[in-house]
Design a protein around this ligand. Structure first.
Ligand code: AMP
Length: 367
């Protein structure tokens, strides 16, 4: 990586009153726009869908395709700084915007994080521990790779996979042709299955001057491959916390990040830390920070993107965050009746199975 991309951006800072352009209209954009408003910033959301969760809470929004250059140019004209609430934006879109306005994080970071092979190659190249993996381009390659890797292993589509989509576990009796078809039959990555003790994540912010701030590692429990609960902070040995934090700092530094980065981790039974995935934006496992920390991940994201000093990441409470997925959202009345529960809903009209509709945070004193 060149010095240019690893050195912190010697960029401008933006004061309250400025307009932050957000690509993407989901709940992460919504909560970012709310945090921005709290600090006196304006937001302009760019999203292909009508009535997106983020557009509902911002005065200005554009509904257009990500490759609509006319709409992108008008958007760039209207905003002072550009950011993203998800990483699957076409490279050309991010580069187009970066040519017009300060864009944080920089497009090369999205490029790395939006494709699993590039991401793992990057992590391996900087010496960050990851599970064994191999690229697979077709069924014949899959046969060879599974023989070399051993079963069980996990086949994932290299691109556009999230929440377990495009992901197949290859057990002792799994038919490989069928696994290839279920994965989507596109370029894939085969990973050795990690026998983890728990899954965790660390969220780090990095400012324009290279200053970093980390939230404590949290434990993430999944149901049907979708995050179900985050327990904050995670119960981990101090040495495991230190290595998780060291890894997050190293990745943010090597990327030349300005913004927020979530690092998803496997903690093995021996306490080793392996990186599973990166997300260069606010993350579902950081929602607890809204109710339990001095500075939420969304405010921190706004501060970093605007070149402002980072806030304190100190928790004032421990927390359990539970996602409301699909029909879970029908329980909103019961949640409101629970004096210990803090309800967050995302304004999505239709509760499809697997769709994140909201979350509930419950606080506890820090033990
Ligand atoms: P991902 O989309 O890569 O975050 O994977 C979704 C979930 O699948 C993870 O949170 C893990 O629970 C599981 N998973 C993914 N990759 C592996 C692996 N190599 N070993 C064990 N479990 C995995």
């Amino acid at each position: 990586m060149s010095a240019d991309t690893t050195s912190p951006e010697r960029g401008q800072s933006f004061a309250p009153g400025a307009t932050i352009g957000i690509l993407g209209g989901g709940q992460l954009g919504r909560m970012t726009a709310l945090a921005a408003a709290r600090l006196g910033f304006r937001t302009h959301v760019f999203c292909p869908d009508h009535d997106s969760p983020a557009a509902q809470v911002t005065a200005v929004s554009t509904v257009a395709a990500y490759d609509d250059e006319e709409a992108l140019a008008a958007f760039a004209d209207d905003v002072d700084v550009v950011t993203f609430e998800f990483e699957n934006i076409p490279d050309t879109t991010a580069e187009f915007l970066a040519a017009h306005k300060p864009t944080r994080p920089k497009p090369h970071i999205l490029h790395i994080a939006q494709q699993r092979l590039r991401e793992k190659d990057f992590l391996a190249s900087i010496g960050v521990p990851v599970t064994r993996y191999q690229a697979v381009a077709d069924v014949a390659a899959l046969h060879g790779a599974v023989a070399a890797m051993g079963r069980p292993c996990i086949l994932k589509s290299a691109q556009f996979g999230y929440d377990g989509k495009g992901q197949v576990r290859i057990a002792g009796d799994t038919d490989l042709r069928e696994a290839w078809r279920r994965m989507g039959g596109t370029l894939g990555i085969l990973e050795a299955e990690v026998d983890f003790a728990l899954e965790a994540s660390v969220i780090i912010a990095r400012g324009i001057d290279g200053e970093t701030a980390l939230y404590p590692p949290v434990e993430n429990r999944h149901r049907n491959h979708i995050l179900d609960e985050t327990i904050a902070p995670a119960t981990l040995a101090p040495s495991t916390v230190a290595s998780a934090e060291g890894i997050a700092r190293q990745i943010a530094q090597e990327l030349g990040l300005v913004g927020l980065l979530a690092v998803e981790l496997f903690i093995t039974r021996k306490g080793d830390v392996l990186v599973n995935e990166l997300a260069p934006r606010p993350h579902n496992s950081g929602h607890w920070t809204v109710d339990a920390c001095v500075t939420s991940q969304f405010e921190q994201f706004v501060r970093a993107v605007c070149g402002l000093p980072l806030g304190s990441t100190a928790p004032h409470s421990a927390a359990v965050m539970k996602n409301l997925i699909g029909d879970d959202v029908d329980r909103w009345r019961d949640v409101l009746a629970d004096p210990g529960a803090k309800l967050h809903l995302y304004g999505k009209a239709e509760a499809r199975p697997g769709r994140k509709m909201g979350h509930v945070t419950r606080l506890k004193p820090i033990s």
